[in-house]
Design a protein around this ligand. Structure first.
Ligand SMILES: C[S@@+](CC[C@H](N)C(=O)[O-])C[C@H]1O[C@@H](n2cnc3c(N)ncnc32)[C@H](O)[C@@H]1O
Length: 393
């Protein structure tokens, strides 16, 4: 499928704002929503609508018809008829409200250049269906897809070598998108955690939907099962140190978790406990151990210059034992965040310093591929990516 059409379809499936769909439709038609573009919309979008998409499709059709009419174009009969039937179906406004949970599909579109890189996905795209809420607030915070999780997912898919064969633990996982991407790049273990019960239930549903069985009690699954993503209930306030010490992850992740000052001391305690652990790494992990230092160059720069990426340092950390013997792997956290309130963010930094955590801003140094080129509502420029590690004395 040619890029503008693929972008339009991906945007429709991701339920992008309808004005974004209109602008993508115009691109497809070279400035006008031609009959050919309308036919594409009918065949690939509207005629295949899921139940939960009906109010959204109706809004899209309304905007589309207005747009074509104002350009004095002809509207496809099928589109008119469908709009009329939606009007009858959605006469009762309650139907629209009941449908506030929807099924979105986030399609990561890989640019052709990344296929020269070993471990890049074989297919051109990764489509992740997700049950989520259209209401970002009022108790549904963790059932919405926040921009930092899109960014962290792009980062994971752009740098699979950092995460493959690593055990990963996410805090405040929401809909579970980051965990699904971690499983895709073959993390050795993925544990997702949530403090909201409805978000946890929704996340479990999403893992099932993506064939990532999360039932640890299923006799067919083992800890090493690549199709296993475990999700646990973990409110930061009540997380016990002994419980956290059981996990020993190589990598900790968090997307859009720095926003509530009341929760921050608890979040920092959880992160510090998970980060203040050292364990002997296997030879496999030692080979993969790479370091992000202020002057280490980004894998993307190396790719752009056609360099051999395996000669570059990029990724999680390792330390050599004082006796010069084997290496220990030291956990590192990747936290993506939109800084909405600078005071809250500074409070997070102060708490991190108090807890002996070193925070580094990687945003400029390491930009992921733009894997969501069709998502006009996603403003990646507002997102920062940090690493956190425990400062050893
Ligand atoms: C803004 S949402 C981000 C969700 C997801 N990471 C994303 O980026 O799409 C914040 C998430 O942190 C979770 N959260 C907030 N406070 C928490 C707490 N005290 N303990 C555990 N989880 C919490 C929420 O339930 C929610 O899933």
């Amino acid at each position: 499928m040619a890029p503008p059409f693929l972008h339009l379809l991906s945007a429709f499936l991701a339920m992008e704002p309808t004005h974004c769909l209109i602008s993508l439709a115009r691109v497809c038609g070279g400035g006008l929503i031609t009959e050919g573009v309308q036919r594409f919309i009918w065949d690939n979008c509207i005629s295949k609508v899921e139940k939960s998409h009906v109010p959204y499709s109706k809004n899209f059709l309304k905007k589309l018809i207005n747009e074509i009419e104002s350009a004095h174009g002809d509207i496809l009969d099928e589109l008119y008829e469908q709009y009329a039937s939606y009007m009858i179906l959605l006469k009762d406004d309650r139907l629209v409200k009941e449908n506030s949970r929807v099924l979105k599909c986030i399609s990561f579109l890989f640019p052709p250049g990344c296929f020269g890189v070993p471990s890049c996905p074989k297919s051109m795209q990764l489509a992740v269906p997700l049950h989520c809420s259209l209401n970002m607030l009022e108790g549904d915070t963790g059932c919405s897809i926040w921009p930092s999780s899109l960014f962290l997912s792009e980062f994971i898919l752009s740098h699979p070598e950092i995460f493959s064969n690593k055990s990963c633990f996410e805090v405040g996982s929401g809909v579970g998108l980051v965990g699904i991407c971690l499983a895709h790049v073959k993390a050795s273990k993925v544990i997702l955690s949530e403090g909201g019960l409805s978000s946890l239930a929704n996340m479990k549903l999403n893992l099932e939907l993506n064939q990532l069985n999360n039932r640890m009690d299923d006799p067919g699954t083992t800890n090493q099962d690549p199709n296993l993503v475990k999700c646990i209930f973990l409110p930061w306030e009540s997380a016990e140190e002994s419980e956290l010490q059981n996990f020993m992850p190589d990598i900790i992740l968090g997307a859009d978790v720095i926003y509530n000052p009341l929760c921050l001391p608890h979040l920092i305690r959880v992160l510090a406990t998970l980060l203040n652990q050292t364990r002997s790494s296997s030879p496999l992990q030692q080979d993969n151990c790479v370091e992000f230092s202020p002057d280490s160059r980004c894998i993307m720069d190396a790719r752009a210059e056609g360099a051999d990426i395996h000669n570059h340092d990029h990724g999680s950390r390792s330390t050599t034992n004082a006796d010069g013997g084997g290496k220990n792997s030291v956990p590192v956290a990747y936290i993506a965040s939109v800084i909405r309130n600078i005071e809250t963010f500074n409070y997070f930094l102060a708490l991190a310093e108090e807890a002996n955590l070193d925070v580094k801003d990687l945003t400029e140094q390491c930009k992921p591929f733009d894997l969501l080129p069709y998502m006009q509502s996603y403003d990646r420029s507002s997102i920062r990516l940090f690493t956190l590690s425990y400062l050893r004395k």
